[in-house]
Each structure stands twice: as structure tokens, then as C-alpha cells.
Ligand binder design. Structure first.
Ligand code: DON
Length: 309
């Protein structure tokens, strides 16, 4: 591997991003517990395939991973179901906001992809079939082994989202009306709201997503395979085309890495065969992606030349 001083690169990015904190974007306000997060924070962390770690800024502060959780539920469902998964979920970019109801009506309750909210709700339904009542704890246990540290649900965020998740209730009820959910809407949403409310830091996320740059091999448990090489390639492809919603084209243009974002302000990015990277800054742009997180990824690619293109 080309020798790069990753710690120096992340320190430089932190120094360039920090003066911009507070200068743009807004924290997600439709989930009241997220609206209280201080916007002027920034963290960045990475882990290489040869287990080197580097981090800067607020990289050890836990935040709500929100839609980044969809990476891990997709991986679990792919691992257990193989191609059967795609009967209920598509693989095309939506070009619409992550919580849009529009395509679901015309496409008879089959979500466009696993990373929009409807797709993640369909995944939660599959996980209830696969894991039953222990689905929430099984998912959390996976996150702990991937991060190699204890990880927990933020129950306040989960409750806040359950109390105000009108659109997600609408999406789930819509899918149920088309016969596309096997479990009760409340049970499916309880799992979905909890997965979104997992709290993790950039350091933990960069580690946990490590299987995506290792052809599916567990980042912290030698010899354990989470996904096959082919499945891992597919998750990365979906991240590139659908991982940042209707900004996926802009991300591909400006960053050129498979990325998955969340409205907590986190973004996970993968440099296949090299490293995984996690950035966090809570202020979002109009598409629900972290404004400074995206800038930091752009800087990382410019400074290191690491990109899939
Ligand atoms: O369902 C929601 O709206 C949130 N729990 C997750 C959305 C999210 O993170 C989309 N990301 N950009």
C-alpha cells in the first residue's frame, strides 16, 4: 500500500473544516431529539485494511447513526437471504428525497432501493422474519462486535422518532396495504426507529464498516466472513448509486466513493481494498446530507488521490 501519513491528512482536514463550523446547513429538526444536537461539531476517522487507525476532531463523540444503520441491516439481510431479498426491494436510485411516498404508490409498495426509508422499513420487516423477537438485540450485538466496543441504542432518540415519525408510519402502512410487509406496522417501525437511534462515534463507525473494504471479512474477528466478495461489491455499488439519496450523483461527481449518510450528520465512505472512513458534522444541506461531512470527504480524496475512479 502506498505510504500515506493518514493522521497528518486527517489533522489537515480538521484544521480546514473547523473554521467553517456554524457557517451553513441546519441540524435535522423533524426528529425533536436531533434538533437539540449542537451543530458546530466535526469529527473524522479511518481504519485501513492493515488495521491502522487515525482520527481527528470530535471523532470519539457518539452521534445518532440514523440512515447509516441501513448499511448494516442490508448486510445482515443479504447474508441470511441471498437473492430472495430482491423480491421485495429494488436496486435503482430514487432521485427523490429519502422519505418520499410518491414512487411507492406507482410501484405497488416495492421500494426503489434499500437505502431510502421505505426500503429500510422493508428490510426491518425481513429481519423480523429472520431473527424474530430478538432482532433488535441481534443487530446491536453485531454492531458491538464490528466496532469491537460496546454500542447502545439512544432510547430518547428512538422515542422521539416514534412519536413524530408520521411519514414513516405512512410509508409502512402504504406497504402493508400492498401486502409488502409480513409483520405488524408497529413492530417493523419499532425495529426501524431503534436501528436509526444507535449511537456511535466516527472511530467506531470507521471500524464497523471495515468489512466493506475487506471483501466482506469481519474487521475485528479474524477468519469471520460477514458477506461474500460478490455481496460486498453489491453493497458498495448500492452505496455509490443510492447511499446519499437524491444527492448520489453529486457525491459521485465530487467524492467518487461509495458513501452512506444519515440525518444525524454522519457519512461512511469506502475505499475498496484500502480503508473505510467516517465523518460527522450535524448541520445538513437541503438533501439531508452533512454539509461539512461532504466537504471533508472531498478534501480527503483530493489530498490522498484515493478514489474508485
Ligand atoms: O426515518 C428517518 O427519517 C430517519 N430515522 C432516518 C433518515 C435518514 O437518516 C436519512 N438520511 N439522510
Amino acid at each position: 500500500m502506498q505510504t500515506l501519513n493518514f493522521q497528518a491528512v486527517l489533522d489537515e482536514i480538521d484544521a480546514e473544516i473547523r473554521p467553517q463550523l456554524g457557517a451553513g446547513g441546519t441540524v435535522a429538526s423533524y426528529i425533536p431529539a436531533l434538533a437539540r444536537v449542537a451543530p458546530a461539531q466535526f469529527g473524522i476517522a479511518l481504519r485501513t485494511v492493515d488495521d491502522r487507525e487515525a482520527c481527528a476532531g470530535d471523532a470519539r463523540t457518539p452521534f445518532s447513526i440514523q440512515s447509516i444503520s441501513k448499511l448494516f441491516t442490508l448486510s445482515l439481510a443479504m447474508q441470511r437471504m441471498g437473492d430472495g431479498l430482491w423480491e421485495r426491494i429494488g436496486r435503482e436510485p430514487s432521485g427523490s428525497p429519502f422519505n418520499s411516498l410518491v414512487q411507492l404508490e406507482t410501484e405497488q409498495g416495492k421500494p426503489r432501493n434499500p437505502f431510502i426509508n421505505a426500503g429500510a422499513i422493508a428490510l426491518a420487516d425481513r429481519l423480523l422474519t429472520l431473527f424474530g423477537a430478538s432482532a433488535k438485540s441481534d443487530l446491536l450485538a453485531l454492531m458491538c462486535t464490528l466496532a469491537s466496543e460496546p454500542v447502545a441504542f439512544d432510547d430518547e432518540v428512538a422515542a422521539s422518532e416514534a412519536a413524530t415519525g408520521y411519514r414513516n408510519h405512512a410509508l409502512a402502512n402504504f406497504m402493508k396495504s400492498f401486502g409488502k410487509l409480513d409483520h405488524a406496522v408497529e413492530a417493523v417501525l419499532d425495529l426501524y426507529f431503534h436501528q436509526c437511534a444507535i449511537a456511535m462515534s466516527c472511530v467506531q463507525l470507521a471500524r464497523a464498516a471495515g468489512y466493506l473494504c475487506r471483501d466482506g471479512a469481519h474487521p475485528c474477528a479474524p477468519g469471520v466472513k460477514l458477506l461474500t466478495e460478490r455481496q460486498t461489491r453489491r453493497v458498495n455499488s448500492l452505496m455509490l448509486t443510492c447511499g446519499t439519496y437524491d444527492a448520489a450523483g453529486e457525491f459521485a461527481f465530487r467524492v467518487g466513493l461509495p458513501c452512506k449518510s444519515g440525518v444525524g450528520g454522519g457519512i461512511v465512505a469506502v475505499v475498496p481494498d484500502r480503508l473505510t472512513l467516517a465523518v460527522w458534522s450535524p448541520a445538513l444541506d437541503a438533501t439531508g446530507n452533512s454539509l461539512l461531512g461532504m466537504k471533508a470527504l472531498e478534501l480527503f480524496v483530493a489530498k490522498t488521490g484515493l478514489s474508485v475512479f
